[in-house]
Unconditional design. Structure first.
Length: 72
């Protein structure tokens, strides 16, 4: 299950060892933001972002990335 608003650790798949956070932001972006990075809680470190338009696309994004996430 994909947790919205929580930080998780990518244990398997693309970007293994990175953290991930999903933000549902329909008012500001019209969709869902996916943030990844070594430590996404540290604003001084590099953070990458992706965007999908809805939760169905979010599920496909996670499957395509082959992610297994340990939610923290």
């Amino acid at each position: 299950m994909i947790e919205i608003g929580k930080v998780g650790l990518i244990e398997s798949g693309d970007d293994i060892g990175f953290q991930v956070k999903v933000i549902d932001a329909p008012e500001s972006t019209g969709g869902v933001l996916i943030l990844t990075g070594k430590n996404i809680c540290n604003p001084n470190l590099e953070i990458f972002d992706s965007w999908v338009s809805n939760k169905e696309e979010l599920t496909c994004y996670f499957k395509e990335s082959n992610w297994i996430i340990k939610w923290l």
